[in-house]
Design a protein around this ligand. Structure first.
Ligand code: PEP
Ligand code: MG
Length: 555
């Protein structure tokens, strides 16, 4: 709810706190041009020159950024990946494309944005209708090019999230998975989002980055402007835009106190075991997705890596990464966690995550369709490449392999068999531990049969909540039903823990990092949690101050 919305005046916004912490920074209002309706306006003949100049300038700017990106990607992933950007650049030099832009502008007398949309939409369709598969795939490159040009016409330089200045408060309607790939902890100090339920990508990303996040603020993008100073309190769910001197003073005082408390907790987290008041030891691991995250996890005293999400790596690639590239990425990311348990999740795509090079077909109910292990079973090459990569990594690290979105026994059996077969082929005798993600009610109610085929279980409470409460985690209209600490969810967790017997079970959804829920979680009997790296000290501290009341506790 907002109180005022006049530029440069102090405004206090009250939303929902989705990632704790205090932050001060400058707002960057992020608008994805492909998501918004671009203006269509008719121009008169005298304006043709002006619009043509805008198109030419956008083409120049995009060509320059493509060259820079190609160099960067070549350093990171090799020449083959860089070629995609070079091919896009060549397309912008193609006389027939340039002529067509000019022709449409002169014939239709519409603004530059609409000219770009019209020409590139037709071009993409032409490629997608081709019988040759390689050429069909070029349709996505053309969409990407169109997006870059539209961003450039809007004065936003693609991909703007990649190059944010230090101390940025990212202000967005919502963030999509492909956007999140470009954010960096070094520049983003906080996230303010119009739509961000507790398990939405914006919230999840903010927690992973260890930055405060406030969500659920209507008309946010109309209220906050790029360059506004923002003070954000992620625990309270408030943001002050353009604070006056009193608000700034109050903020500095709270920041001092929080800082001191954090330093003490971080020290304890690194050096002491995590034991409840009644003597139960709990392990607190970290959820990560990059080398930066792994390093932060180790700095904050994580006992291991409970969930390595691999989707960002696959989503940021322009082509299907080979097993070698995937293994290199993992090995490069894991160094600082060498002696720890590391659970790597196989690619969990489908639904809202769809790498462009896979061309997964559209589905009527994507979240109830081919997702996670279902995609892996449908594309055996994809499964094999990942298993080869993780087996390679297992020669050097103590890893577990997590199967995402399990619903049936055959989901785990197929992966287990394939893992064994490939290990024999690769001459690996010591198989990595195999784990099933428990994130559907069907899986939670099938522990006796699932545990026969795996070494450990990991409860994903984000999806378990979505599927149990029948409320989409990204759907702002049903946030009130997405209750991840609902008694039904806690009962399911308790059931999984009880039925798992000697099979280790961990909880890695966002619920595990909710300080207010820790006492209730411990009562389910769970003894292993995996949370965003930055939350590890807080979660350990909360455990030390709670009782588990569980059978077997010392007092
Ligand atoms: C979950 O569903 O709780 C989980 C950890 O997986 P993700 O959030 O990546 O879907
Ligand atoms: Mg999940």
């Amino acid at each position: 709810m907002k109180t005022e919305s006049v530029k440069d005046k102090m405004i206090t916004l009250v939303g929902k706190g989705v990632s704790p912490g205090l932050a001060k920074g400058k707002a960057f209002v992020y608008i994805d041009v492909l998501q918004r309706d671009s203006e269509l306006y008719v121009i008169d003949r005298a304006q043709i020159g002006e619009e043509q100049a805008r198109i030419d300038a956008a083409i120049d700017a995009v060509r320059q950024s493509l060259t820079i990106d190609a160099q960067k990607i070549e350093r990171q992933l090799g020449q083959q990946s860089a070629d995609i950007f070079l091919a896009q650049e060549a397309m912008l030099l193609d006389a027939s494309v340039v002529d067509e832009l000019k022709r449409i502008l002169e014939a239709e007398l519409i603004n530059a944005e609409q000219v770009v949309r019209t020409v590139f939409r037709l071009l993409a369709r032409r490629f997608r209708d081709m019988s040759n598969e390689v050429l069909r795939e070029r349709g996505d490159d053309i969409d990407d090019l169109s997006r870059r040009l539209l961003l450039s016409l809007a004065g936003i330089h693609a991909h703007s999230l990649e190059k944010l200045p230090a101390n940025t408060v990212l202000v967005a309607r919502r963030l999509l998975p492909s956007d999140t790939v470009f954010l960096s902890r070094s520049s983003t100090v906080a996230v303010l989002a119009e739509f961000a339920g507790p398990a939405a990508h914006a919230a999840l990303l903010a927690r992973e980055l260890g930055v405060p996040c406030v969500g659920g603020i209507p008309e946010l993008l109309e209220t906050v402007h790029t360059g506004d100073v923002v003070l954000l309190n992620g625990a309270e769910g408030t943001a002050v835009i353009n604070p006056d001197s009193q608000a700034l003073e109050r903020y500095e005082r709270s920041l001092d106190e929080v800082q001191k408390r954090k330093e003490t907790m971080a020290q304890v987290s690194l050096t002491e075991r995590t034991v409840t008041l009644d003597g139960i030891e709990v392990s607190v691991m970290a959820n990560v997705r990059s080398r930066e995250d792994v390093e932060l996890a180790m700095e904050r005293g994580a006992d291991g890596i409970g969930l390595f999400r691999t989707e960002p790596f696959f989503l940021s690639a322009k082509h299907f990464p080979s097993d070698k590239e995937f293994a290199e990425f993992l090995i490069g990311s894991l160094h600082s966690a060498r002696e720890r348990h590391i659970d790597i999740r196989l690619l969990d795509i489908g639904a809202d995550k769809n790498p462009i090079y896979l061309h997964l077909p559209p589905e009527p109910d994507p979240f109830l369709g081919r997702r996670g292990v279902r995609v892996l079973r449908a594309y055996p090459d994809l499964l094999e490449a990942q298993l080869r990569a993780v087996l390679e990594v297992s020669r050097q690290f103590r890893i577990g392999v997590l199967i995402p979105m399990v619903t049936t026994e055959s989901d785990v059996v197929q992966v287990a068999e394939q893992l064994q077969k490939l290990a024999v082929e690769m001459g690996i005798r010591q198989l990595p531990r195999l784990g099933a993600m428990i994130e559907t009610p069907a899986a939670a109610l099938s522990i006796p049969s699932l545990k026969k085929h795996v070494d450990f279980l990991s409860i994903g409470s984000n999806d378990l909540t979505q599927y149990t409460m029948a409320a989409g985690r990204e759907n702002p209209l049903v946030t009130e039903y997405f209750i991840d600490d609902h008694p039904t969810i806690l009962r399911l967790i308790e059931l999984v823990v009880r039925e798992s017997g000697d099979t280790p079970v961990s909880l890695c959804g966002e619920l595990a990092g909710r300080i207010d829920v820790i006492p209730r979680l411990l009562r389910t009997g769970i003894k292993s949690l995996s949370v965003a790296a930055a939350l590890v000290p807080d979660v350990k501290n909360a455990i030390r101050n709670s009782r588990s009341y569980h059978v077997g506790a010392a007092s």
